[in-house]
Design a protein around this ligand. Structure first.
Ligand SMILES: [Zn+2]
Length: 349
């Protein structure tokens, strides 16, 4: 009897008289809420044994995307693996000719010698780094094109690629980053799609010095970062605004800070400032190394903080398209749970 009453409660009810049934034929399925751009090429970039920015970061995420996330999110999440590489024209919107030619020379040298080159103490180029980084930035451009296409019904994309990019400055590779992929996307949205005002938000535990450098002279690019201070790369230590129009905002967090300080920074400072700027599109440098288990820094976020901040960003963006890019996150288990929380937030918000 008890079981039957449970069944009765869970069985679908017949539609009420007058209720309108909307049926989707197989050719007009609901669009995915989130497009996830990735490539096996991005696994191949390898900075060497013991380097925290490891191929395993992406192999573990790809296994989750094809397994547990596919089961959980179904058709709301669509994996896309287009064979698209960034062009020099697209890179040169944010990088100098000198940087692009130096990187292409480094890729060629690493390839011909089958060797790994050190660009600085922790940034390296291996024989597969050229293919990986040109694809990573190319995927970001493809994601921007997709969410801005005429009639696009999927307005959110996450680029799950490597190497990360947010430390790469106009003329410099640094901090594991070769090209600043998310900024290549920002500049593409403005140059190729005619968007005027865009925002880049960065919740990686490290200051997004590259994004800031590429936004600071552009009044139409809002940039905001929360990050640990003091910490690598040593910039963004002062709370407040800078940039040509006061459109660059840094909110440093002290080592040991956790969910409360992080959520206060975003709810009280960063998101109201972005709302006032009213961007037509929102970009996110999505790094997950502020997690309490991450070995590279000393903030104490939990994975549910990433779902929270993602949903808040999406709510503040209104209907504006969102493209996010995987930056840091170095504890493999915590990274998987945190990226899942970001994906969930992008789908549900
Ligand atoms: Zn980081």
């Amino acid at each position: 009897m008890a079981l039957l009453s449970v069944l009765a409660r869970t069985l679908p009810r017949a539609p009420r008289a007058g209720a309108r049934l909307v049926r989707l034929s197989s050719t007009e399925r609901a669009p995915p809420k989130l497009a996830l751009y990735t490539s096996a090429l991005c696994v191949e970039h390898d900075a060497g044994m013991g380097h925290p920015e490891s191929p395993e970061r992406l192999t573990s995420l790809l296994a989750l995307a094809r397994g547990e996330w596919a089961t959980k999110f179904g058709e709301e999440l669509e994996l896309r693996e287009p064979n698209v590489d960034v062009t020099d024209e697209q890179l040169l919107r944010v990088h100098t000719e000198r940087h692009v030619s130096r990187m292409r020379a480094a890729f060629a040298t690493a390839g011909s010698k089958q060797a790994t080159l050190s660009l600085d103490a922790d940034t390296r180029v291996c024989p597969s780094s050229g293919a990986a980084s040109l694809r990573a930035s190319g995927l970001t451009v493809a994601a921007v094109d997709a969410v801005l296409a005429d009639g696009a019904r999927t307005k959110r994309a996450f680029v799950m690629a490597r190497p990360p990019g947010h430390h790469a400055e106009p003329d410099t590779a640094m901090g594991f980053c070769l090209f600043n992929s998310i900024m290549v996307g920002v500049a593409h949205a403005q140059a190729a799609h005619g968007l005027r005002k865009v925002a880049l938000l960065d919740f990686d535990v490290h200051h997004g010095n590259g994004g800031q450098a590429m936004c600071t002279e552009h009044a139409d690019r809002f940039f905001a970062s929360s990050h640990q201070s003091p910490c690598y790369p040593g910039s963004g230590n002062r709370l407040g605004t800078s940039g040509v129009a006061g459109q660059v905002l840094n909110v440093p967090l002290k080592p040991g800070a956790g969910s409360e300080q992080f959520r206060t920074a975003w709810a009280d400072t960063i998101l109201p400032a972005m709302a006032a700027f009213a961007p037509e599109m929102v970009f996110v440098s999505a790094g997950f190394d502020a997690h309490e288990f991450d070995p590279l820094a000393s903030l104490f976020l939990h994975e549910d903080d990433y779902e929270w901040v993602t949903k808040k960003i999406a709510e503040t963006a209104g209907g504006a398209p969102i493209v996010s890019y995987l930056e840091g996150g170095y504890e493999i288990g915590a990274l998987g749970r945190s990226v899942r929380a970001h994906v969930k937030g992008m789908i549900e918000a």
